[in-house]
Design a protein around this ligand. Structure first.
Ligand code: ATP
Length: 257
């Protein structure tokens, strides 16, 4: 059953189409990787899922409802920019994130709640190799460390939908592989639905259940901004990359008319 449904989605900025005719049906717990040329609208698509932007035409539903207008704990997000709180220590950032996503707080007294959040934060600090930096402030961390902290913070808040925009860009290959493992573990534990934009195709296939390619079907060299991008390929990454769904002939004909 479809959990995230996108129907005939269009997004235009100042008269320029960025996305057009995007249709998608994603089941709960699916990891969707998104690739495509720079500027083709991948981040815009994530912002539409996050309700930071409204569609120009068409509709998105999440579990049958439009995306909530106010940010809520249902969705976590890691953009290229680091999203951690600068006035809190590394450990406090993780405790705050656990507080957001806690599932057992209703039955625990406040001291036990705090202890439970601290335990989760400390386990995450170990897991991402930042146990020695718990008392530091984010500004004193390297870019890669801040990125790891931002990813851990989003994961332990346990959002139903996790939106990741090039989350591993700043990491060295070893750290990147260990953060991949961490993400897949938490995703499996909480049955999260994930949308991740990446420029690294092998990363997209390694982590994704599906790999979507955004591209322009229509292109006019005299008017490069005349048309928007859509999903041109939808690969089943769990089945050797065999196309799962590609743009139907009718849609191509309709678009190229
Ligand atoms: N708020 C905005 N107002 C006007 N134009 C915008 C706005 N946000 C994005 N755009 C334009 O929309 C297009 C798509 O941008 P977007 O960031 O979604 O692309 P992208 O595929 O994520 O690119 P990249 O891979 O380089 O990060 C770009 O041409 C960008 O300039």
């Amino acid at each position: 059953m479809s959990y995230v449904t996108v129907t005939d989605l269009h997004k235009t900025y100042a008269g320029f189409p960025i996305l057009e005719r995007v249709n998608l049906s994603v089941e709960k717990g699916t990891f969707v990787s998104i690739v495509g040329a720079s500027g083709c609208g991948k981040s815009t698509f994530l912002r539409l899922l996050l309700a930071q932007e409204r569609p120009t035409r068409g509709e998105i539903t999440i579990d049958g409802q439009p995306p909530a207008l106010e940010p809520n704990r249902d969705r976590g997000i890691v953009f290229q920019r680091y999203s951690v709180f600068g006035h809190m220590t590394v450990r406090e950032n993780l405790i705050a994130a656990e507080a957001l996503g806690a599932t057992v707080w209703g039955v625990l007294p406040s001291r036990a709640r705090r202890k439970a959040a601290e335990d989760v934060a400390d386990a995450a600090l170990e897991r991402i190799g930042l146990a020695h930096m718990g008392k530091a402030y984010p500004a004193s961390l390297s870019g890669g460390m801040q990125q790891r902290l931002a990813i851990a913070q989003s994961l332990i808040a346990k959002p139903r939908i996790l939106l990741l925009d090039e989350p591993f860009g700043a990491l060295d290959p070893g750290t990147r592989a260990s953060m991949h493992d961490f993400l897949l573990e938490i995703k499996a534990e909480w049955d999260m639905t994930v949308f991740m934009v990446t420029h690294d195709l092998s990363e997209g296939f390694k982590l994704g259940d599906r790999v979507l390619v955004f591209d322009k079907v229509r292109w006019d060299p005299h008017e490069p901004h005349a048309y928007g991008a859509t999903v041109t390929y939808d690969f089943d990454a769990r089945n050797g990359g065999i196309p799962f769904q590609s743009l139907s002939i009718e849609t191509v004909e309709e678009i190229t008319v």
